[in-house]
Structure formats: C-alpha cells, structure tokens
Design a protein around this ligand. Structure first.
Ligand code: F6P
Ligand code: MN
Length: 340
C-alpha cells in the first residue's frame, strides 16, 4: 500500500536537484488541497445533518444562517491556500477576482471548489477541481492578468471526487513528471484518513461506445453537433454501425472520472441559447485542468475544433465549449465541425 505521502517522497527522490524546489512547492500545494478535500468529504458525509444543504443566505429551522456547501468549500480552500507559503494567489469560481496570498510564493492556484453543486442536496457526486500555474511576476501582488496563462503552462492539475468513496486524481505536466506516472489515482481510506494509491498511468481507449451530453439542449446545438449525436443515436442502423450508450452525472468531475476509469466522450457544446456565452464550462478551473488530465491519459480535449489547452485566456471566468475523452470520437466531432 502506497500512501500519498509515500508517493510524494519517492517522487522527490527521483527528482533532479535543478527542479526540486518547484516540484516540492507543487506537492505542498496539492497536499493543502487534499487536506481540505478530507474536510469537505466529512461535511458531505454528514449531509443534511451538517446544515450545509439549501441556499446560502437561507435560514434553518433554528433561525440560523445556512451556508451552502460550495461557499463553505470555497472558504476552506481560500483560507488554506492563502496560508501556504508557495501560493502567490488564488482564483476561484466563487470569487469575482483573484485573491493575492504570499508575495514570495511561486505558484498560482485556480479551483472550482464544488463542481456539480446541484448534486449536493440529492446526495450525488460532486468534486473539487484544481489547476496549478507558475507565478511569473514573483515578488509582486497577483492580479487577474497573472492567471491568464494557457492550459499548456499548467504545472499540475487534478480533482477530488466526492462519490461513494472519495478519490483524488492528479497529473503533473510532462516536464515535472519525473516518475513518468501520467495520471495517478488515489482513494481515501476512511479508516486511516490517508489517500492510498489505486492506479498510475491511467490510459483512455481511443474508441468508445459511451457518451455524455445534456440532450435537453439538443435543439440549441449547432448543426454539426446535432449531426454527431444523431449518428450515435442511430446505432447499428446509422453510419457509425454500432450502438452507443448515454451517461450524464451532471457534475463534470464525475463524468471525467468515468472517462478516466472506463473511457467515453464528454461534451458540453456551444449552443445558441445565449449567444453571449461561448459554452457553459469555465476554461481556467474546469476545462484546462480536465484537459491536462485527459491528454496525459492519451485522450483529446477540444472546443469541437481547437485544442482547449492552446486557448489564450482573456478572462479568469471565461467559458468554453468542451469535447473531451476518447481520441477517435473527439476527432469525429472535429471532422464534422470542420466540414460544416
Ligand atoms: O460546473 C458546471 C456543471 O455543474 C458541470 O459540473 C456539469 O457537467 C454541468 O454544469 C451540468 O450542466 P447541466 O445542469 O446543464 O446538466
Ligand atoms: Mn463546476
């Protein structure tokens, strides 16, 4: 049995001295996030009993203020990360602007504190997604602009999944992956409170028969996306010649986890419902970290045409269409969009 601490020890031993300080800083930040993840796991386990359900701002039966768990998760991560000496600043789905932390810190952390939060009240999976970037203006207080780096600049990314068990998946960038372990999966042992290694070098099959999309938006999709899904729905009677199956967790973290475990394609496409929005999901703390995981596992991640990690970000909360997972299916979506 290898605990997360054991894993990080062996990782640092395998590290050459020239990059060791950056690597130990990244590890320290991941440790901070996983420590908070354990607290969130505990709160979720208490569920309705912990007064965390409902809307923030609502009152409970005793007349006390209820705090929604996504607000609590955000506050816990914010407090813990701003206290980490390596963290120069954080950006969160729940905060309009970046929050400066330690000016001497060399890392920036972006997070979605509780992804899939509509699942909280119904006891379904949620998660925390994180992305770690270098702070390129070390010594200066962070601004939103410091975070606007391409996904390819990420030093590490991952998520905690709060499902029937709590799991941690993360990956270092290629340059930092001294053990060549790719995407690594840990599971929280509820008896010891330690994350234990489950699998390294997770790999996604290029082909799949499983897809995830919220089909209630079908009439708003662009024609090539409608065509793609119609071809999947036609099964053996259509041009694809095989039957496909739908799965939709309604938490991106759950759908991406399924794809890392058994393959598939996940789509949250651009649609015409609200022309001011490029998509639903957020580039910086949802799409980019998931793209790093998916690509490092051999999958592909695009906006239907272009690679997500090549986006030059313009806003920390910018939205992006997402088509990720099994390489051949992502390519098929790309082909239909390029032909259109
Ligand atoms: O964070 C946004 C999110 O909750 C994702 O986790 C999830 O994939 C998606 O939105 C669900 O969207 P919808 O409510 O449209 O199914
Ligand atoms: Mn989210």
């Amino acid at each position: 049995m290898t605990t997360l601490n054991d894993y990080f020890q062996s990782y640092l031993t395998a590290t050459s001295s020239d990059s060791s300080s950056e690597k130990s800083a990244v590890i320290d930040v991941i440790n901070t996030i996983t420590t908070v993840g354990k607290e969130i796991t505990e709160l979720l386990r208490k569920g309705a009993l912990a007064d965390i359900h409902g809307e923030a701002g609502a009152e409970n039966v005793q007349g006390e203020q209820q705090k929604k768990l996504d607000v609590i998760a955000n506050d816990l991560l914010l407090d813990a990360l701003t206290a980490n000496k390596h963290c120069a600043g954080v950006a969160s789905e729940e905060l309009d602007d970046a929050t400066p932390a330690n000016e001497s810190g060399e890392l920036l952390v972006l997070f979605d504190p509780l992804d899939g939060s509509s699942n909280i009240d119904i006891n379904m999976p949620t998660g925390t997604i994180f992305s770690i970037l270098p702070h390129n203006n070390k010594g200066q207080a962070v601004t939103n602009a410091d975070f606007l780096q391409k996904g390819t600049e990420q030093l590490a990314a991952g998520y905690l999944l709060y499902g029937s068990s709590a799991m941690l998946a993360f990956t270092f960038s290629d340059a930092l992956d001294s053990n060549n372990d790719g995407v690594i999966l840990f599971s929280l042992n509820p008896t010891t409170g330690e994350f234990e290694l489950v699998k390294k070098n997770i790999s996604i099959d290029a082909d799949t028969k499983e897809y995830a999309i919220n089909a209630s938006n079908a009439r708003h999709w662009l024609p090539p996306m409608q065509q793609y899904i119609n071809e999947l729905l036609a099964g053996t009677t259509g041009p694809r010649g095989k039957n496909f199956n739908t799965r939709w967790v309604a938490a991106m973290v759950g759908d991406v986890h399924r794809i890392l475990c058994r393959g598939g394609i996940f789509i949250y496409p651009k649609d015409t419902k609200d022309p001011s929005k490029a998509g639903k999901l957020r580039l910086m703390y949802e799409a980019n970290p998931m793209s790093l995981l998916i690509e490092r596992a051999g999958g592909a991640s695009t906006d239907a045409i272009n690679r997500i990690m090549d986006y030059e970000p313009t806003d920390i909360h910018q939205r992006v269409p997402v088509v990720l997972g099994a390489k051949n299916e992502v390519e098929q979506v790309q082909k239909l969009h390029q032909q259109a």
